[in-house]
Every structure is written in structure tokens, then in C-alpha cells.
Design a binder for this molecule. Structure first.
Ligand SMILES: *[C@@H]1O[C@H](CO)[C@@H](O)[C@H](O)[C@H]1NC(C)=O
Ligand SMILES: *[C@@H]1O[C@H](CO)[C@@H](O)[C@H](O)[C@H]1NC(C)=O
Length: 301
């Protein structure tokens, strides 16, 4: 190495040592979206994960999305606010945040996983670089076997609404979970009436900009929980689902028409090495810090 280079290197090292934040600011910001029944800022969930990421990546900017004006509204909106409206609200927040101008990584928990995918598909600016879906349901759910957290009374009610008519306009408009309810026995009803999921999954038509925008991700990481007792079918966390027409046999993403016809660009992404399928032992959203640091952190550096 020529002496000048050596000197510059030494100088840089010295500066970096004097200011620990220097050099670490290259870490992309992280945007998180919480799951059903949760909020942006619950110290036991999103708050704890935000803190963990900030410890792991000193100087990183972490934005945990709040949908609404208060934490209570944010939780309530996770059940009752039209998902398309929620996605627009998120896009607006991201576009207005000067710290995200250069791009960001995103990590969605449970339904936040599919909502952030919609953000990637609909709102290319600022650019999302890596999307991590932690237990997200990319082909929706057909059943709510168990609800996480302390929201079981709401869950019982939601289950009744979904079973009695998830695709009725009134239910679609006002119940978040109905918008990713996917009834494999009634694929036509799903295709025509699902206001959110059927749209982002290109069931009615192929929106070329969804395809292009999703493919501009560097990585799309999907985490599945092997003992998940909340999501039915759990295959949805890896973009699989029940085979059309019945509710017992499942198919993988790669076996689906969505992939074979490459309506969303996922086959092209897999070919380009952009899809990552991770499995975690444990129930829905249950992971250890060791697992997080070993498996997910590398995608956030
Ligand atoms: C780097 O990050 C630290 C910690 O968040 C912050 O105090 C500092 O202003 C940042 N520096 C730059 C150049 O953005
Ligand atoms: C495709 O999606 C974009 C982004 O949401 C939207 O603006 C556009 O209207 C859609 N195109 C069609 C043909 O629906």
C-alpha cells in the first residue's frame, strides 16, 4: 500500500475511534409495522425490538409506525381501519420523513408483514431495500385458531364475523382481518371481493408497477414459525396456501399459479436470489434474541 493510503486509513481509523457514531451512520434506517392487537410503542413488543435493534446497530434510526394519532387509535386501527387506507397513511409518513430519503429496510410483524409488502408494491419512494416479514400472511388466512395477546374477546367476535360473511362489503370495509381472509373453497368470491389481499396479490389483474416495485427489493425475507398456533395455514408465512377448492392440502409458493405465471415477479426474484425463507422454532412471533441476532440482523446491516 502506498504511504499516502496508509496514512488516510490510519486517519480514518483514528477519527472513527474518537467518535463511535462516525461510520455507523451508514446503516439504513429501519421501519417496523406491528401486528394485530399490538401498537407501535408497546414496551413489551415493538418497543423492546426497537431497543434491541438500536443496541445491535448503534446510530440506526428506527421508526415504528403508528397508524393514527394515538397509541390507542393505532391498536384499534389494526382491527377496524380499511387496510388500503392504512397503507396510504404509512406511505405518507415514510415520504414525509427526511431521514428515510436515502432508502430504508422494513420489518413487519404478523399482518404488518403483508401491509409492508403493499407499501413496497405501491410506494416506491423512498425506496425500501430489504423487507423482512416476521410471521406475515402473504396468502391470507382461512381461520383464526387463536388470537395473540389479551384480545381474545375481540377475537371471538371477529371469528364470528369472518365465518358469517368475510366478503360482504360491510365486513370487508370495516374489518381488517376480512381483507386478508382467503377462503379456498370460494376462490371466486375471494378474487372479486377481497379489497386488499386479492389486489396486492394480483388476483384480479396484473398491475405491472406492483411487479416492478417488488422486484426492486434487494431481499424479501419471510420468517415462518414452525409451531405457529395463530396463523392458519402457517404455509401463508412463506407465501404458500391451501390448494384451491379445499381446506386441507396445501401448496408451496413455487407450486402456485401466482408463481408459475409469475404475476408478481416472485419467480424472477427467486431466480435472482432475492427470496429468503427462514424458519423459527416456536409459536407465532416467539423468537429469542440469539435467533434474531443470528438470522435477521445480518439483513439489517
Ligand atoms: C450519527 O448517529 C448519531 C447517533 O444517532 C447522531 O448523533 C449523529 O448526529 C449522526 N451523524 C450523522 C452525520 O448523521
Ligand atoms: C397500479 O398500482 C399503482 C400503485 O398503487 C396505481 O397507482 C395504479 O393505478 C395501478 N394501476 C392500475 C391499472 O390499476
Amino acid at each position: 500500500m502506498p504511504p499516502a493510503c496508509l496514512l488516510m486509513g490510519t486517519l480514518w481509523l483514528l477519527l472513527a475511534a474518537l467518535n463511535p457514531a462516525w461510520g455507523s451512520n451508514n446503516t439504513l434506517p429501519l421501519v417496523m409495522w406491528h401486528g394485530m392487537g399490538d401498537s407501535c410503542c408497546n414496551p413489551l413488543s415493538m418497543g423492546a425490538i426497537k431497543k434491541m435493534v438500536e443496541e445491535d446497530l448503534p446510530g440506526v434510526y428506527v421508526l415504528s409506525l403508528m397508524i393514527g394519532k394515538t397509541i390507542a387509535q393505532d391498536t384499534e386501527n389494526g382491527f377496524f381501519l380499511d387496510v388500503n387506507t392504512q397503507v396510504s397513511m404509512a406511505c405518507e409518513q415514510l415520504a414525509q420523513d427526511p431521514k428515510l430519503k436515502g432508502g430504508y429496510n422494513a420489518m413487519g410483524f404478523s399482518q404488518g408483514g403483508q401491509f409492508l409488502r403493499a407499501v413496497a408494491q405501491r410506494c416506491p419512494s423512498p425506496p425500501m431495500k430489504t423487507l423482512i416479514s416476521v410471521g406475515g400472511q402473504h396468502q391470507g388466512v382461512y381461520g383464526l385458531p387463536r388470537c395473540p395477546g389479551e384480545t381474545s374477546h375481540i377475537c371471538d367476535w371477529i371469528r364470528k364475523m369472518l365465518n358469517s360473511g368475510a366478503y360482504r362489503d360491510l365486513v370487508q370495509k370495516h374489518l381488517v382481518q376480512a381483507q386478508y381472509w382467503h377462503d379456498p373453497l370460494n376462490e371466486d368470491l375471494y378474487r372479486t371481493h377481497s379489497l386488499f389481499l386479492a389486489d396486492v396479490n394480483q388476483e384480479r389483474m396484473v398491475n405491472e408497477s406492483y411487479k416492478k416495485n417488488l422486484q426492486s427489493l434487494e431481499k424479501f425475507v419471510m420468517v415462518k414459525f414452525l409451531q405457529d398456533s395463530v396463523v392458519d395455514p402457517v404455509d401463508s408465512e412463506w407465501f404458500g396456501f391451501y390448494k384451491p377448492g379445499q381446506g386441507t392440502e396445501t401448496e408451496t409458493l413455487q407450486e402456485s399459479a401466482l408463481y408459475k405465471e409469475d404475476r408478481l415477479g416472485l419467480a424472477a426474484m427467486e431466480k435472482a436470489g432475492k427470496l429468503v425463507f427462514l424458519a423459527s422454532e416456536g409459536d407465532h412471533l416467539q423468537f429469542s434474541r440469539e435467533w434474531f441476532d443470528a438470522k435477521l440482523l445480518p439483513y439489517l446491516r
